[in-house]
Design a protein around this ligand. Structure first.
Ligand SMILES: Nc1nc2c(c(=O)[nH]1)N[C@H]1C(S)=C(S)[C@@H](COP(=O)(O)OP(=O)(O)OC[C@H]3O[C@@H](n4cnc5c(=O)[nH]c(N)nc54)[C@H](O)[C@@H]3O)O[C@H]1N2
Ligand SMILES: Nc1nc2c(c(=O)[nH]1)N[C@H]1C(S)=C(S)[C@@H](COP(=O)(O)OP(=O)(O)OC[C@H]3O[C@@H](n4cnc5c(=O)[nH]c(N)nc54)[C@H](O)[C@@H]3O)O[C@H]1N2
Ligand code: SF4
Ligand SMILES: [Mo]
Length: 717
């Protein structure tokens, strides 16, 4: 508990919001068990008082009568509440049974997004998975940021060496397929994006946005250009071609420790600018101008997110973005893209995991692992496809934690069916939802305000170096377990049954203390900040550690301390891209893209009245001319079809949309039977991922291509 001030039993707590990557500092006032108010913490050095409407919903999550508080076991007639010891024993028995009969790979796991917002899961879930010796691991990474991690590993030598746009000092911010005005930023922890952008504009800088939808971020940009979904690589190739052709490169510093730029330049300059322009839909003159402006700016950052990470040419596009930052001299430069220096350093540390790629492949389709995980687009087929021989196995059991893959992974309807055939499924989750309804056992951990918090991951991506530890607001209710305690309890039981020895392992807060002490600002390194957990406890608003600083080549994780600018896989992919280059098919079929809203968070925050009230916002958005072409009217119910499925949804005319592109948010589709989500069910919407296609991938990484999915839209008879 961190009672900073006492006022007739009213206590004020400071803590990080764990809901999205902006990690805003909150000031929460409580009286006993009652939450009186949630506000932005003005003294937080990173978020400076900023919050969004979702923060208030932390109260709703805490109080939600639908939130599970006791283990639930499936019975023939429904669910029964059972005690924790019985639940953990039952889970261990069933997992060991499957492992003995079919081997470790028969037990798969899926870790969802809130895992990275819950540091105890980060420290302790991997330990359970190690005990299970399974190579069929999946996570939300492969419907999200996989290309960034793969490129960071290839180019800079470590999957977490992801360069971050230094927006606070930049003069030119080029944004492809990101909507921080709704998302509050991603792989860019940037609370208060709006004011940071205003400051950039006030210092004479500008933001240019490429997006097939005139998004909330495009609205506040200095320039917005429509781009055909999935064709950003052509736009980026155009920029790089101009930079190389007009000799606008600035390689005086980075050139000294970069390899492969010549090979990239040769391949890129061979393209024809007019062909590239026609392909992406951005005029050649505009590409030329943006290239010159970008190269001339005193600190420019190119940044691409979900719209380019989760598309057919995701890794290629993200590579070209890295390359532009490098060849214009903007990597590792103030105002360009820089590496954060985290107080608990996950890169330069004895437990660092740089990554590995393709060490094994998925059984059915041969998709490559990255850093020990397989692309989740393969999960359903790995369950449904029987083994070809006696020495192989399909997935027979699944552990999900903090994930809802039925709504969040491609062809969710197929996965929905696959899950119902598992021998055993265990879900660690706060809710009985579209995914966990298939579990044989649901183990609900404590909710956010009942445990302490440290952002192990998001300081890696933050636009400024800070550190902050949050105490639990409320004591853990009697007879409940934190996520990490569930993993520990289960791991110990599994190990005992398998006769495996288990080393003692520190608790999450002890790991943080060690990480802080031995980290770059740590007491052990004699840094003036002398960080320890105790020091953070004494500074609940967080501690400012300064702007990002140049750190290359020392920080590079390749042994030779050089940047590998042109991973060979990308030259091959560039050829593939070139082969399909041609005029895009405007109009038919339509291309489906996603959409985020400030008051939503992936699939799981639709059960709170204050976030779902107001006008419906789950419609399919479509340009009026595309509606007219099909004889459809605004507000009509339409059938959207893709290769894998169909949904029926209301269509809304919107000139925000590029012609030929339709948009549907993901994470909805709460009308499936057997969930316990009263409010979400009443605001069901349809699931975008009943349309996305498990075969439509970024070929390099196996990441799902969730944007640019071919669909048709028709009136319903
Ligand atoms: N309110 C809210 N905030 C969130 C979340 C949420 O669900 N709700 N989710 C959180 C998570 S897990 C993440 S990963 C982040 C994501 O953060 P962002 O990536 O910033 O969020 P998106 O809204 O997915 O932005 C993708 C943009 O790409 C555009 N786009 C689609 N296809 C293409 C294309 O082919 N090319 C280009 N150039 N653009 C394209 C879309 O129109 C959209 O504007 O948000 C986080 N924050
Ligand atoms: N079409 C399309 N699909 C997408 C996206 C898209 O843009 N378009 N975005 C993708 C992205 S970026 C992401 S990150 C994924 C997210 O996909 P997932 O991670 O699979 O799904 P979430 O909706 O984040 O589900 C989170 C689950 O965690 C539970 N939960 C919340 N907090 C905790 C906790 O502390 N502990 C435990 N044990 N459980 C908790 C919630 O109840 C919920 O069931 O979706 C992806 N899917
Ligand atoms: S922007 Fe994200 S971190 Fe900040 S208050 Fe909203 S949900 Fe929480
Ligand atoms: Mo995400």
């Amino acid at each position: 508990m961190n009672p900073a001030q006492t006022d007739a039993a009213i206590q004020t707590h400071y803590r990080a919001c764990n809901l999205c990557e902006a990690i805003c500092g909150l000031e929460i006032r409580v009286r006993g068990n009652e939450i009186l108010s949630i506000r932005g913490d003005e003294a937080d050095p990173l978020s400076r008082g900023h919050i969004c409407p979702k923060a208030i919903a932390l109260k709703d999550i805490h109080e939600d009568p639908n939130r599970l508080r006791t283990p639930l076991r499936r019975t023939a007639s429904g669910w029964e509440e059972i005690g924790w010891d019985e639940a953990l024993d039952y889970a261990a028995d069933r997992l060991v049974e499957v492992q003995r009969a079919h081997g470790g790979d028969a037990i798969a796991s899926y870790l969802g997004n809130p895992t990275v917002h819950n540091y105890g899961s980060m420290t302790h879930a991997p330990r359970l998975l190690q005990t299970l010796k399974s190579r069929t691991r999946f996570s939300a990474t492969s419907v999200d940021q996989l290309p960034h991690q793969l490129l960071a590993y290839w180019m800079y030598g470590h999957q977490l060496l992801v360069p971050i746009a230094d927006i606070d000092r930049s003069h030119y911010f080029l944004v492809l397929g990101a909507n921080p005005m709704a998302s509050n930023g991603s792989l860019m922890t940037v609370p208060d994006f709006r004011n940071r952008l205003k400051a950039l504009q006030a210092r004479g800088g500008k933001m240019v946005v490429l997006d097939p939808r005139r998004s909330e971020t495009a609205e506040v940009a200095d320039e917005h250009h429509f781009v055909h979904p999935g064709t950003d690589a052509a736009f980026m190739l155009g920029l790089l071609k101009v930079v190389f052709d007009e000799q606008l490169t600035r390689l005086d510093r980075l050139g000294a420790f970069s390899d492969g730029i010549d090979a990239a330049a040769a391949a890129i300059t061979a393209f024809d600018l007019d062909v590239l322009a026609a392909h992406c839909g951005v005029h050649a003159a505009i590409i030329r101008r943006i290239a010159r402006e970008f190269a001339a700016a005193e600190g420019a950052a190119a940044y691409g997110r979900m719209g380019v990470s989760t598309q057919q040419f995701g890794t290629l596009t993200q590579w070209l973005i890295q390359l532009l930052n490098i060849v214009t001299g903007n990597l590792d430069r103030a105002g360009g893209t820089m590496f954060a220096r985290m107080a608990v350093d996950l890169v330069d540390s004895p437990v660092s995991r740089p990554g590995h790629f393709g060490k094994w492949k998925s059984r059915v389709r041969g998709l490559p692992e990255f850093a020990g995980e397989l692309p989740v687009a393969a999960l359903a087929e790995e369950i449904l496809t029987p083994p070809a021989s006696a020495d192989s196995t399909n997935i027979r059991a699944l552990i999900t934690s903090a994930g809802n893959p039925v709504l969040s992974t491609p062809n969710g309807a197929q996965l929905d069916r696959a899950l119902s055939g598992l021998d055993f499924m265990l879900s660690v989750d706060l809710y009985l939802n579209e995914t966990t309804r298939h579990a044989h056992l649901i183990l609900p951990p404590t909710a956010a305000l009942e445990h302490d918090h440290y952002d192990l991951i998001f300081h890696v991506f933050a636009v400024r170096n800070t550190t902050r530890y949050s105490e639990a607001l409320f004591d853990k209710p009697a007879g409940t377990l934190h996520d990490w305690e569930i993993f520990e309890g289960l791991g110990a039981r599994v190990a005992a049954r398998l006769g495996l020895k288990r080393d003692a392992f520190p608790q999450p807060h002890q790991i943080i203390d060690m990480g802080l002490r031995s980290g770059p600002y740590g007491a052990m390194r004699k840094h003036p900040a002398a960080l320890t957990l105790k020091k953070l406890q004494e500074n609940p608003h967080g501690i400012d550690l300064g702007a990002m600083e140049p750190c290359l080549p020392q920080r590079l994780a390749h042994k030779d301390r050089r940047i590998q600018c042109t991973p060979p896989e990308l030259l091959v992919e560039l050829q593939h891209f070139g082969q399909q280059l041609g005029a895009p098919d405007v109009g038919t079929p339509l291309k489906l893209i996603g959409r985020r809203h400030l008051r939503s968070n992936n699939s799981w925050m639709h059960n709170f009245q204050r976030l779902v009230k107001g006008p419906v916002r789950t419609q399919l958005l479509m340009h009026p001319a595309d509606l007219a072409l099909r004889g459809l009217s605004d507000g009509a119910r339409v059938e959207v079809r893709s290769r894998v499925g169909r949904v029926v949804v209301e269509v809304s005319a919107s000139d925000e949309m590029m012609r030929g592109v339709v948009s549907l948010p993901h994470g909805w589709g709460h009308d499936r039977d057997g969930t316990r989500l009263d409010i979400a069910q009443a605001h069901a919407g349809v699931s975008n991922n009943d349309l996305t296609d498990e075969n439509f991938l970024d070929a390099v990484s196996g990441n799902a291509a969730l944007n640019g999915v071919p669909v048709t839209v028709e009136a319903i008879a």
